[in-house]
Design a protein around this ligand. Structure first.
Ligand code: GLY
Length: 398
């Protein structure tokens, strides 16, 4: 793929020139646009339906500690830094938008159902403690005392009071309003090609045939970030779609409180989590499937989630099942995001957040706005520069 010139099409018209064009109006793109506009940057978001992508599917767990994996300690530091920002970010966003975002400091309980799962959870707990996290090992009885709906066979668990939740649907709705109130412009069309001139990104051509010019362009298109035409091959983020199927159930008043915190487990090697909201919604997720762009909800996916969730909390079979959805996580080769300037001047990335898009939204907005306003990426985000992949690709090809 080669960089295209901004004069490559004679049919499109240029509509407006901005300081910042954000390609993608998901939780990451909107947080970036909001923070950029607050810095006084003239900002526009290009998206055919802002707020309607993966954030409509996501459960909204802010699970920095509960979703810790070996080898991802550097990502843990980033996740924790963003989790710490959540209360203030939420308060500021709710004030700016006049909307509630469903943030709940409810904590998480990870449990084990058999001896294999228990051994796995023990290892996770050891890692959490080594990383200085506040995680407490509980017996099965102690777990059931905290959450009486848990299955009698629960063998033990880890209580993490610092892993909270938010409601991604309300979060993006609030971000949309906050962006509009901060003066962010919206172009309801998809970016189809990056525009470049003199080896610099200059904006994008949109699906409606118009062009948007901008001094800096941010690629924040989630799982689609790796396929934008016009981006040179060594600059294109190595982001792929990773499918997640998820269910929404409703807890009728007679059953409340059903669960008081997020409950999760690894069952037969697969992750299952139940996220209870204050409004009675219970989110059960999620599959992890490498199936390209497929977003079909399958009988097998729903069956596995219900089977595993039922083993954890048998009472869920009484609840109305109100929604099944599938979404695409933007996976990167090291499961960590790409943040900041790319190898192409004028083009920045805010993508590849994989399992942590909602969790990392506050930090992403802050570090991207700093990079856009000052040209400097804050220290905490530097290990996540997109250049870690561009450099590797260039070294392979010379
Ligand atoms: N962080 C939850 C998920 O990706 O399923």
């Amino acid at each position: 793929m080669h960089a295209s010139s901004s004069t490559s099409s004679s049919t499109s018209s240029t509509s407006g020139s901005y300081d910042v064009l954000v390609i993608g109006g998901g939780v990451v793109g909107l947080a970036t646009a909001w923070r950029a506009a607050q810095r006084g940057l003239r900002t526009v978001v290009a998206d055919p339906a802002p707020g309607s992508g993966a954030s409509q599917v996501a459960a909204g767990m802010l699970a920095a500690a509960a979703e810790l994996y070996y080898g991802e300690q550097r990502l843990l530091a980033l996740n924790l830094a963003s989790a710490r920002r959540y209360p203030e970010f939420t308060a500021e966003l709710e004030e700016a938008s006049g909307q509630d975002t469903g943030y709940r400091a409810c904590g998480t309980l990870a449990v084990a159902l058999d001896s294999d799962d228990r051994a796995h959870l023990r290892e996770l707990h050891t890692l959490q403690v080594e990383c200085g996290l506040d995680a407490q090992w509980l017996s099965g009885r102690e777990c059931r005392r905290l959450e009486p709906m848990l299955a009698p066979g629960v063998r033990g668990g880890v209580r993490v009071d610092g892993d909270h939740q938010t409601d991604p649907r309300r979060l993006v709705a609030a971000l949309l309003t906050a962006c509009e109130r901060a003066g962010v412009a919206f172009r309801r069309a998809a970016a189809v090609r990056l525009l470049t001139a003199h080896d610099r990104a200059t904006g994008a051509e949109l699906s409606d045939g118009t062009r948007v010019s901008a001094w800096r362009t941010v690629l924040a298109a989630g799982s689609r970030s790796g396929s934008l035409a016009g981006v040179p091959e060594h600059v294109l983020p190595p982001v792929r779609p990773v499918k997640g199927q998820i269910l929404r159930l409703r807890v009728p008043g007679a059953y409340a409180p059903f669960l008081s915190r997020t409950v999760r487990a690894v069952v037969r090697g697969g992750h299952v989590y139940l996220v209870p909201r204050e409004n009675g919604e219970l989110v059960v997720g999620a599959t992890t499937e490498e199936l390209g762009w497929d977003t079909t909800v399958t009988a097998g996916g729903v069956y596995e989630l219900l089977r595993d969730a039922h083993e954890l909390v048998p009472g869920i079979t009484e609840l109305p099942l109100v929604e099944t959805r599938a979404g695409l996580r933007p996976g990167s080769p090291d499961n960590a995001p790409l943040l900041g300037p790319t190898a192409l001047p004028g083009l920045l990335a805010a993508t590849g957040h994989y399992r942590n898009g909602v969790l990392l939204a506050p930090l992403t907005g802050d570090v991207m706005a700093e990079a856009l306003a000052t040209g400097r990426l804050p220290e905490e985000a530097r290990p996540f520069s997109p250049l870690r992949f561009s450099n590797a690709l260039q070294e392979l090809t010379v």
